[in-house]
Ligand binder design. Structure first.
Ligand SMILES: [Zn+2]
Length: 554
């Protein structure tokens, strides 16, 4: 009687404990020798037997049906079949006598009714094992995901607590991670800079002393885990772990990642003011070089259309001009104090119920909460494919988190603009000091705030167009001495922004002369502003102007 030898080992988890192909082969050959069995061909398969359709197995069965062999040698019945189709096939071939013998070192089989019954059980057990294993794993995993537990190794900034299998915040590293997000959100750092920042603070590639790679940095910055969700097998889930950052900060970082922020020089670079100015003649960047111990700034002259003849300017002269320019935007202490008083008064006055304001967000949130299970249902019913499901779910989850944060802010009151307003007042107050001292990088930061990228150098002179709130201060300075400073007025409708939560900027509503583009917004009529002076305001994001404090000099 001829035997076929069949070995199988898959890469499946459940085959981890099974002997390797080589070990099976040598054991089975020994077994065959011992039992005096003639092997005519060996079949080796490296595939799971969970589902029917193994090519080698099918080839072997074909050969058996052609009468090339009458028996099979395998390590255990579960090597032959782990699904009901293949198991049934074997038993059928035994029933019809095509297979006369099955030999396993680990299992005794004889082609009797009882033997077939036992074999069936053995195949069945394998199948039961598979079914229960994947069911258990899946069920365990699903429950874990539903409970918001991330089933894997947590990202840096978190610790897997092995005692109770929970996820804890690594206070020290979490702080660094948050700072890295904030740093990147400023759009002044490259991924390499973030990597260096992390390394300075002790966050390096796991198990090495090397700083993390660019790709790892972006992996961190793209990970929703940090704001409380997590991605598992491409799907977003709500985690129960503590967030390190807000969704808002995360979104800001995603924006910057998309925009691919351009790098700037480090603070201790000798060419400190690079990246701040553009050539007023050709629009190219202004660069620097050191000659005979002096730093000179000049146009890069990279324009292909303009032949630029702009001259060099020495750093000392550029510094002098910059300081002079900055001085125009400093907010005198007495003005600042009065504006701060107004802000404080407004803060006390804000007593609106947040219920009305949050209603729209609450409705939308409720809507998403009903949509999510429906989406899952339609995915399970196979109405939508996996990719669509993942994408739609990710969108809904992202929106959900944003709304939750928004409602949280609203519930805190309508005061969200107060912080930025005060911050701006503080910034404006500091400009004077910064203009007077010699810290070039502080001057650069201030100039960026005031002018953005609209600062030019031409004919050795710097000129720029300030953002509107800064222009308002400069305008007020121009009036000083020409008009008496008489009062600081509050608009009838108050200084708070017209919509909450506030996501805008501090701007001037009216300055002198009143600009038609901004006058009249939200009831701030030009007549209201008296003539001249400035009006500092908070404006909602995207608005041309807003309500606010105005500082009027008559
Ligand atoms: Zn130029």
């Amino acid at each position: 009687m001829n035997y076929f030898l069949y070995c199988r080992k898959s890469t499946d988890v459940e085959d981890k404990q099974v002997l390797s192909i080589e070990a099976q082969l040598s054991e089975l050959r020994d077994f065959a020798t011992r039992e005096n069995l003639a092997i005519t061909e060996t079949f080796i398969e490296k595939q799971s037997a969970k589902i029917p359709g193994r090519p080698i197995f099918n080839k072997m069965i074909e050969q058996i049906e052609k009468g090339r062999a009458q028996g099979i040698i395998a390590w255990h019945p579960d090597r032959l079949a782990r699904n009901s189709v293949d198991g049934g096939k074997i038993i059928y071939l035994v029933d019809t006598g095509t297979i006369a013998a099955l030999r396993f070192p680990t299992f005794w089989f004889e082609p009797t009714p009882q033997g077939k019954f036992m074999l069936n059980i053995s195949f069945g057990q394998s199948k039961y094992y598979i079914d229960s294993l994947s069911e258990n794993t899946k069920r365990g995993l699903r429950q874990k995901l539903r409970r918001g537990e991330y089933p894997g190794r947590v990202p840096v900034g978190y610790i897997n607590d092995s005692r109770d299998k929970s996820i804890a915040v690594d206070r020290k590293k979490a702080k660094i991670i948050k700072e890295a997000f904030e740093l990147y959100a400023k759009n002044e750092s490259r991924l390499e800079d973030i990597s260096a920042f992390l390394a300075q603070n002790g966050i390096v590639t796991r198990g090495t002393k090397r700083s993390v790679k660019r790709s790892q940095v972006s992996h961190i910055l793209l990970n929703p885990f940090y704001y409380g969700h997590f991605r598992f097998l491409g799907e977003i889930h709500e985690g129960k772990h503590e967030p390190i950052i807000t969704k808002k900060l995360f979104d800001k970082v995603q924006e910057v990642l998309r925009d691919r922020g351009k790098p700037q020089r480090k603070a201790n670079d000798p060419k400190l003011l690079c990246g701040l100015l553009h050539c007023g003649n050709c629009g190219m960047g202004i660069t620097a070089e050191v000659r005979k111990g002096h730093t000179y700034y000049r146009c890069t002259k990279k324009s292909k259309t303009v032949k630029c003849l702009e001259k060099y300017i020495r750093e000392e002269e550029l510094d002098r001009q910059l300081s002079q320019e900055l001085q125009k935007f400093s907010l005198p202490e007495d003005w600042a104090n009065r504006l701060l008083q107004m802000t404080a008064k407004e803060e006390q006055g804000i007593a609106h119920s947040s219920a009305v304001l949050t209603q729209a967000s609450r409705n939308e949130l409720q809507d998403i909460k009903t949509k999510l299970p429906r989406l899952l249902d339609s995915y399970l019913d196979q109405d939508v494919d996996r990719e669509d499901y993942r994408q739609k779910k990710a969108d809904l989850m992202s929106r959900k988190k944003t709304l939750e944060e928004k409602i949280g802010e609203l519930e805190q009151g309508r005061n969200s603009w107060l912080g930025p307003m005060r911050e701006w007042l503080k910034d404006a107050q500091n400009i004077g000091k910064i203009a007077q001292n010699s810290d070039l990088s502080a001057k650069k930061v201030s100039a960026k705030k005031i002018f953005g990228s609209d600062l030019h150098l031409s004919a050795k002179k710097i000129t720029g167009r300030p953002a509107i709130q800064w222009a308002a201060i400069a305008a007020a300075h121009e009036k000083t001495g020409k008009m008496p400073v008489c009062n600081l007025l509050e608009r009838v409708s108050g200084v708070g922004p017209p919509s909450v939560p506030w996501e805008g900027t501090i701007i001037a509503v009216i300055r002198h002369p009143p600009s038609p583009a901004i006058a009249g917004f939200g009831g701030a009529k030009p007549a209201d502003a008296r003539d001249g002076g400035i009006r500092l305001a908070v404006a909602p994001k995207g608005a041309k102007a807003g309500f606010g404090l105005h500082y009027t000099k008559l």
